[in-house]
Write a protein that binds this ligand. Structure first.
Ligand SMILES: [Zn+2]
Length: 669
């Protein structure tokens, strides 16, 4: 039998962007980085591209672990890397392309959304898997052989869905197996303590086909992820090699990729030391895909009816108070999980039925359209060409946009099942807010498409979703999650008008998923907005006035003439306006603007607008250097001197907290 010892790296982050804009918002807790993706990229993803290792001769080698491991990258993280860390994605593609067997031997696909597949309907399972495969094919130019299942959540139906789409194998953990049998032999019960994980198994499906399963080595995976084993790569390699020799099979350490460098600082080094030693000192293969190609399964395994790697109760963690939780505090309850899932299931069923009816009127097959939409999300086909392929006759622009709106509404519904929403102890935090925002985007689409307001019905169903940490429930929790992020086309167009007048943007520019073309129209500013995913367009003329250093009034000259202020524009636009005001047109330098702003503030009384400007500028930088941080400190202290801590809003207080500046002072003394 072939020996192998190596690592499976599961890289994943939930989608963090504002789903209306397609732009990621800042997260102060990730300071001095813009957000957690940015911080984890620095600590882990970029660090893992090439790790400097010293050899016995003192020479430094740049070691590339990704092409020597088994990897999956959640598509939502991959899309973020495509936009903000292109070097990481292209390094991964390059390293796996150079490895024997190419991407299929190194990289597992994943469903597009990190949803618990056994809790999704068969039709949603099929589309989530198809979209993940479309993403993979567009990225690597080939079909995947393996697929990672979110949270390794699996049942027989899930395996049937991936097998039907050509997936040959997946990676699970030992606690998911119930019994095994050798060829022609009897079933033997197993548990995570005694399952022999050195061989590959096959799960037989009802139709006679099967899916190969490779299990992570339980003890070593646990000690790497949650113990200190990764601190000593030499020792780790020796332990893994010894286990591989004893079993004459594979030893696979399965953990979150973020273990290496983010959860455990220098874990990236430990992992690379181990990998290099396994290859060079012990002479064992390290790649799961290559090992599997030679050592295919002979034994059968029967899995628990439904199971996952971070819940001991099937998949209850993602729908009920099963007790499995991260971040709990005494007195907190998990009874919000069931009503959250029920509310989302209701929205999926209600809006999904409307979408199916409407698609049936426009395209040859609504189901095929929604399966094939994965290629649009992957960027493999242009949206207009996609609609043309599926409509029986050439479509008007209105029909093209309607079909795309229907597909996007459905996509947002599926994103609202991102499993992280149920994972942690409190639904008032970002992970749950994210799924509520996707639900809100779908609800907004329903208003446009069907002139139907699903929001009251949905919010009513959230009544029992309570945040203990923030003291909000139901409607209050909903508004806290959604209101600040929600934008509509008119507001985006108004912001573009102000930005253009300030000289902070070119005539044609993009903002997230929007394309904007701006031109003068007499005394007014004409904005043509295109929402790229749906090709939805609107044209408006705006009257733009600057009424203070950082204060703007933008009135829609059409119809009832809605007026917007800078508070409606979004932090990214406020930051651009401030940079243009402080530094001159189109000089977009966040730190220079922060310095200039702090200098000005120290010489005058601060206003309420200043707070918004400071928060927006501080939140605009992908990374705040010590120079930028010093300017933010000066500005904060100037604000406190003239406005006092009592009048600071929540966002300014959060910023001060991130920098470790005390925001409350006792009035006694
Ligand atoms: Zn559980």
């Amino acid at each position: 039998m072939t020996r192998a010892a190596g690592f499976h790296l599961h890289f994943y982050q939930p989608p963090r962007e504002n789903p209306w804009l397609g732009l990621s918002s800042h997260e102060w807790s990730a300071w001095p980085y813009h957000d957690w993706n940015e911080r984890i990229t620095a600590e882990c993803y970029r660090a893992m591209v090439a790790v400097a290792l010293t050899g016995d001769d003192g020479e430094v080698e740049l070691y590339e672990p990704l092409g020597r491991s088994s990897v999956d990258v959640g598509p939502t993280l991959h899309h973020w890397l495509d936009r903000y860390a292109t070097d990481v994605g292209s390094a991964l593609a390059d390293q796996v392309a150079r490895a024997p067997g190419g991407a299929p031997a190194r990289v597992l696909a994943a469903p597009l959304v990190h949803a618990i597949l056994p809790l999704a309907s068969p039709i949603d399972q099929e589309r989530l898997v198809a979209w993940g495969i479309a993403d993979y094919r567009e990225r690597y130019g080939v079909a995947p052989r393996g697929m990672w299942l979110p949270e390794t959540a699996v049942d027989l139906a899930t395996l049937g869905v991936i097998a039907a789409q050509g997936i040959e194998y997946t990676v699970l953990m030992a606690n998911q197996a119930v019994r095994v049998r050798p060829p022609g032999g009897e079933w033997v019960p197993v548990d995570e303590g005694n399952l022999d994980t050195s061989r590959a198994y096959v799960v037989r499906l009802a139709d006679g086909t099967g899916v190969t399963v490779v299990f992570g080595q339980h003890d070593l995976s646990q000690r790497v992820a949650f113990g200190g084993l990764i601190a000593d790569g030499v020792h780790l390699a020796d332990v893994m090699a010894e286990a591989a020799a004893a079993s004459d099979g594979i030893v696979l350490v399965v953990a979150d990729g973020e273990t290496y460098g983010h959860h455990h600082h220098f874990g990236d080094l430990g992992m690379c030391w181990a990998l290099r030693r396994l290859e060079r000192e012990h002479g064992v293969a390290t790649s799961l895909g290559s090992w599997l190609a030679e050592a295919g399964p002979t034994w059968e395994v029967e899995l628990a009816a439904v199971s996952a790697w971070s819940c001991a109760h099937g998949v209850e963690r993602w729908r009920s108070d099963c007790g499995c939780v991260t971040g709990e505090r005494p007195g907190w309850s998990l009874d919000w999980r069931a009503p959250l899932r029920d509310a989302l299931d209701w929205l999926r069923a209600t809006l999904g039925a409307r979408i199916d009816e409407a698609l049936a009127r426009r395209v040859r097959s609504g189901h095929e359209v929604l399966v094939d939409y994965g290629r649009v999300i992957a960027g493999a086909i242009d949206p207009a060409a996609f609609v043309a392929r599926h409509t029986p006759t050439p479509s008007s622009d209105e029909v093209t946009t309607e079909v795309l709106e229907l597909c996007e509404a459905y996509r947002n519904l599926l994103y609202s099942f991102t499993s992280c929403a149920w994972f942690f102890a409190d639904p008032g935090e970002i992970e749950t807010s994210i799924v509520l925002r996707y639900a809100a985007v779908a609800i907004d689409a329903a208003r446009r498409l069907f002139d139907e307001d699903l929001e009251p019905g949905f919010v009513e169903r959230l009544a029992a979703v309570r945040s203990m940490n923030h003291g909000v429930a139901g409607a209050a929790l909903w508004h806290r999650a959604v209101d600040d992020a929600r934008v509509d086309d008119e507001r985006v167009a108004a912001a573009a008008a102000a930005q253009w007048v300030a000289g902070a943007s070119a005539t044609v520019h993009e903002r997230g998923v929007f394309s904007l073309a701006v031109e003068p129209a007499g005394d007014l500013v004409r904005v043509t907005l295109t929402h790229r995913p749906t090709m939805r367009r609107r044209r408006n003329e705006f009257a733009v006035r600057q009424v203070g250093a950082f204060a703007w009034r933008v009135r829609n000259a059409d119809g009832p003439g809605v007026e917007f202020t800078e508070a409606d524009f979004g932090e990214d636009v406020v930051a651009r306006l401030a940079m243009a005001t402080l530094l001159g047109a189109e000089r977009l330098d966040v730190e220079a603007a922060l310095n200039e702003f702090a200098t000005q503030l120290l010489a005058r009384a601060a206003t309420a607008e200043d707070e918004r400007v400071l928060v927006s500028l501080a939140g605009a930088a992908r990374y705040v250097s010590p120079i930028g941080e010093a300017a933010i400190r000066r500005a904060l202290l100037a604000l406190r001197a003239t406005r006092g801590p009592g009048v600071w809003g929540e966002s300014l207080t959060e910023l001060a907290d991130a920098l470790g500046i005390e925001t409350t002072r006792s009035s006694g003394g």
